[in-house]
Design a binder for this molecule. Structure first.
Ligand code: PMP
Length: 975
């Protein structure tokens, strides 16, 4: 290959200054000029008086006739409803101007700038955009059908008719031998499939690059493509190659869901119907397009070292190639055909049940909520078979449900969706049994235990049947096909009855083995491909699942909306296990937000404690029982001296409310000081001392006279910054005390979290609480530490947050972690403070301190001790924080990392120097992390700090999964 090869196209050499001069001299246009990215040309955006224009300097290897063809193609498409880059001629009516620059002979054109954002800016593509891309490609292909121009007969590397030749020529630019070999083999297979139908493929002028870079949408509606840009690749080629190029783009934008291209294909064919031969060629052409993209990208980067545009594209192009090359092409072709040609409703015959009558009661429940999976049993290998064996013991047989999201198929710590949706039914039998053919069919033996019955309307796949020597023979409905010759995998090894298993699946993509399980995203399509085989077995229809969106509507109708939910489209979470949450579609999420569930979800010891205590007794603290004594003794022993007396309530709010009353009564004073930007609860009193803008936006108007606020001692965002800023805050505090005194107020209490939880775990300046407590006590007032969020070992190194500040408060409030989600709260204080409260009458909380609550509270503490959770919080917390700090080194979006143990915060900023909160971006990060199996939410006054406070049983593996997913999301957003 020579430097002049048509596949060898470094961009013209031209500076910004030269481009500006050319625009002025040749077109009379001036204005601010910037360069736009291009693979092989050079494009400059000019803000001229007459509007925004683009100066296009074409690659010298593009002939003037080809440029004329591009201009003519745009003109031909005017009226298609798309905004297009139309040509602005010179004063003497020239559309193309030839210039000589640094020994290069270059053609210039001035085009109108098509306003809008390229889809490249959308991370990720929405399903509407994926459809819109196909629609636009179809409209352009249809529009160009009648376009003829001599300049479209081009020798360009994007012409998929010569893809094998291009790939072969550019292969040497790929350094890695393994990758070269893979490109060769994948190309050979795809090419062979294309060659078979090549003669029947329509040829016409095509745009050739209708991808995310080259279509734009307006900011007001990101789901609608308003314009098309860059007609630089217009050339004659296969019509279907237009769609292949667009699909390759969808693949690299949605590599985690390659079947998304089916929507693009349907959208295209709705506008521009495609032929059978084109359907056959489409997938192999998509594969070839991804291969051309990677070899061309490698070459471009080698030839044109400073082409950042080509370099940035390289990674995603490889992802697209690897994704496309890894997919079963035969299955894909079948799916494309299926999604384009509606095969109509399928009615299954019920006349000859496959294995005789089945008892509806023997239908197993392997769903996410099945009690069979409690205590984490869903993670045990072979669990479905064990459940089946037990069920079959009772009924002689058991069978699974079609369309069920099976929990045993769920994977933890992964960014990918788990394929949980069952597309077939399994029948388990303890005795051997004859299998009847339900339809007239031809038998194809796939392997020793699998046959495909090819019927008139569908294939019936049976695994677990010994069909003897019927291979290739026709069988009639009602005849015997064979016997259940095979044991269920793993069966017959234990003391359980020997169980045989028959897997049954209907498929409407002929001759192609469908998957047994698919992801929820692709569920609707696959359910049409593989409908419920239940009728062939005489079993009832699968139980319908509640749709999460419908349930949300019902929630919004019956439940106060101000009690908000996470996420706009929340998953329906119905199971938890340790630090994992699982939705009803069997997708697992690492729970990074649940600071209540300290010892983890679904803990069998808590379940048993609750069950046994309920069975025994549940009453109130006016009765006398041992649990209350044990629990309060335990809490008092954990508290620092001299705090020795416990009140039991049901929540953090109640604890704070009570703590404030204790202080007011004890001191007889009238004022409480609280720090700004904090949250302490929702009752009248707790709300009054909460000044976080996000939680209590009207605080300054509604604040009662007995509350005053002091400066938020936020060492990162506060008035004074740095861990050594305490003296400044203390100085201000003195001023606040003076103001209070001058207005005749008397201080009863100071309340604060010992670590700034609401800001995302920001540590207080060193010595802040020591100084404040001293000053507060000097006023005869009490110090309340709100430990609702940060205590109970969450900080790893410390059990109490106040230990970090080296102080002992007069009153501690706790809740959240105490009950692992069971409503439990407590106030721990000195006996004299507690006794004085009797002046206000007796204190009673109906459920506070019930035997059930105490039993659960004790069990939580036992589990924390037995499972070493404080130490785990320290070790895993340190690992996680280190990883987050490293992300901060890689990504500018990470402004700071806060916290200790498993109470961490990551502050996201759009500008590191100005420390501008990236609020919208933080919400986007959370949405993206949800798709990658992690649940995390923003906090802080700007809702830009991700608060990371998972159950204390978090593992290093899950922490690493979170870090990887977070890094992927940040990389996507920064690109
Ligand atoms: N104090 C702090 C520091 C809190 O974080 C919370 C809850 N977020 C509360 C009090 C109130 O606790 P609860 O929701 O249990 O009433």
């Amino acid at each position: 290959m020579t430097e002049q090869s048509p596949f060898h196209l470094p961009r013209p050499r031209l500076s910004l200054l030269q481009a500006a001069d050319l625009a002025r001299d040749k077109f009379g246009v001036t204005g601010a000029i910037t360069e736009l990215g291009s693979h092989q040309d050079r494009n400059f955006r000019i803000e001229a008086d007459a509007g925004t224009l683009v100066l296009k300097v074409s690659n010298p290897l593009t002939t003037t006739e080809e440029l004329e063809a591009q201009n003519a193609a745009v003109a031909h498409l005017i009226g298609s409803g798309l905004e297009l880059p139309t040509v602005v001629a010179t004063s003497d009516e020239k559309e193309i101007v030839r210039v000589q620059i640094d020994g290069q002979s270059l053609d210039l054109r001035l085009l109108t700038y098509v306003d809008g954002h390229p889809l490249t800016d959308s991370v990720p593509l929405s399903s509407e955009q994926i459809w819109a891309l196909g629609d636009v490609a179809g409209r352009v292909a249809l529009g160009l059908m009648t376009f003829r121009h001599a300049g479209t007969k081009r020798l360009i590397q994007w012409d998929l008719r010569r893809a094998p030749e291009v790939i072969d020529a550019l292969l040497p630019y790929v350094d890695n031998a393994g990758r070269r070999e893979r490109l060769r083999s994948v190309t050979a297979i795809a090419d062979k499939q294309v060659v078979e139908v090549a003669a029947a493929l329509r040829v016409q002028a095509i745009h050739g690059d209708l991808t995310d870079d080259n279509v734009v949408c307006r900011s007001e509606n990101a789901e609608v493509i308003s314009g098309v840009i860059d007609f630089g690749d217009v050339a004659e080629g296969w019509l279907i190659a237009e769609l292949a190029a667009t699909c390759a783009c969808v693949l690299y934008r949605s590599p985690r869901n390659p079947l998304a291209v089916l929507d693009t294909i349907r959208a295209f064919s709705t506008v521009m119907p495609i032929t059978d031969a084109e359907i056959t060629a489409l997938w192999p052409l998509i594969v070839l397009r991804t291969a051309v993209l990677v070899v061309s990208g490698e070459q471009q980067v080698r030839l044109d070292g400073d082409n950042d545009y080509a370099d940035a594209n390289r990674v995603r192009e490889w992802v697209a190639f690897d994704t496309a090359g890894g997919i079963d092409g035969v299955q894909m072709e079948a799916l494309i055909r299926f999604s384009l040609i509606d095969p109509g409703q399928l009615v299954l015959s019920t006349k000859y049940p496959l294995v005789g009558d089945l008892d509806p009661a023997a239908m197993m429940d392997l769903s996410v909520t099945s009690a069979e999976f409690d205590g984490g049993r869903w993670l045990e290998p072979g669990i479905d078979l064990r459940v089946a064996t037990n069920a079959a013991r009772d009924y002689g047989h058991a069978f699974t449900q079609y369309g069920e999201y099976r929990l045993s198929q769920a994977h933890i710590d992964t960014s990918d969706q788990s394929a949980t949706l069952a597309l077939g039914i399994e029948i388990y039998l303890v005795t051997d049994c004859a299998v009847t053919t339900p339809i007239d069919a031809r038998v194809v033996k796939i392997d020793a235990e699998t046959v495909r019955l090819e019927g008139a309307d569908y294939d019936l796949w049976l695994t677990g049947v010994d069909a003897g020597d019927l291979n290739g023979h026709g069988v009639l409905a009602g005849s015997q096909l064979g016997t259940l010759g095979f044991l269920a995998e793993g069966a017959g090894r234990g003391p359980e009855p020997i169980v045989r298993c028959l897997r049954v699946q209907v498929s409407r993509i002929r001759g192609v083995r469908p998957p047994s399980f698919v992801t929820p995203t692709n569920g609707a399509l696959w359910r049409r491909v593989c409908p419920d085989p239940g009728a062939l077995l005489g079993v009832p229809d699968a139980r319908p699942l509640i749709d999460a969106a419908t349930l949300l509507e019902r929630r919004d109708t019956a439940f106060a909306r101000v009690q908000e939910h996470y996420y706009e489209k929340p998953p329906q979470i119905e199971r938890g296990w340790k630090h994992h949450l699982i939705d009803t579609q069997g997708q697992s999420y690492v729970d990074m937000v649940n600071n209540v569930t300290t010892v983890g979800h679904g803990h069998p010891r808590i379940a048993e404690a609750a069950r046994s205590q309920w069975a025994l007794l549940n009453t109130n603290s006016r009765f006398h029982y041992e649990e209350l004594v044990q629990f309060t003794e335990r809490l008092a022993s954990l508290a620092p001296d001299p705090l020795d007396t416990v009140f039991l309530v049901n929540s953090g709010t109640e604890a704070v409310d009570l703590a404030l009353r204790l202080a007011l009564t004890y001191t007889g004073h009238d004022t409480v000081l609280a720090v700004r930007e904090s949250y302490h609860g929702w009752s009248m009193a707790a709300d009054a001392v909460s000044s976080s803008i996000a939680d209590n936006p009207r605080v300054l108007e509604t604040k009662p006279d007995w509350v005053r606020f002091v400066e938020a001692p936020n060492a990162v965002r506060g008035k004074y910054r740095g861990l050594d800023s305490a003296p400044h805050y203390l100085n201000d505090f003195d001023g606040d005390l003076r103001d209070l005194a001058s207005e005749g107020g008397t201080l009863a209490a100071f309340i604060a979290e010992p670590v700034f939880g609401n800001a995302g775990g920001v540590l207080l300046p060193t010595g802040y609480l020591t100084g404040v407590y001293e000053k507060v006590r000097a006023q005869g007032a009490l110090c309340i530490a709100d430990e609702v969020q940060v205590s109970y070992a969450r900080l790893g190194q410390y059990f109490w947050g106040t230990e970090e500040q080296n102080v002992v408060p007069d009153i501690i409030t706790i809740a959240k972690a105490m009950g692992n989600g069971h409503p439990l709260g407590a106030v721990i204080t000195r006996r004299d403070i507690a006794e004085r409260f009797a002046d206000d009458g007796p204190f009673f909380s109906s459920a506070g301190g019930s035997p059930l609550s105490c039993r659960i509270g004790l069990t939580v503490l036992d589990i924390m001790r037995d499972e070493g959770l404080q130490q785990n919080a320290e070790v895993v917390g340190r690992h996680l924080k280190q990883g987050l700090v490293q992300l901060g080194e890689r990504f500018d979006l990470v402004g700071a990392v806060y916290g200790l143990g498993l109470y961490l915060g990551v502050e996201l900023v759009s500008d590191r120097v100005a420390f501008t909160p990236a609020t919208a971006l933080a919400a986007q990060v959370c949405d993206e992390l949800l798709l990658r199996g992690c649940i995390v939410q923003p906090t802080g006054d700007f809702k830009n700090v991700l608060k990371i406070k998972p159950p204390l049983c978090l593992t290093v593996a899950s922490a690493d999964h979170f870090l990887t997913a977070f890094a992927d999301v940040l990389a996507d957003l920064e690109s």
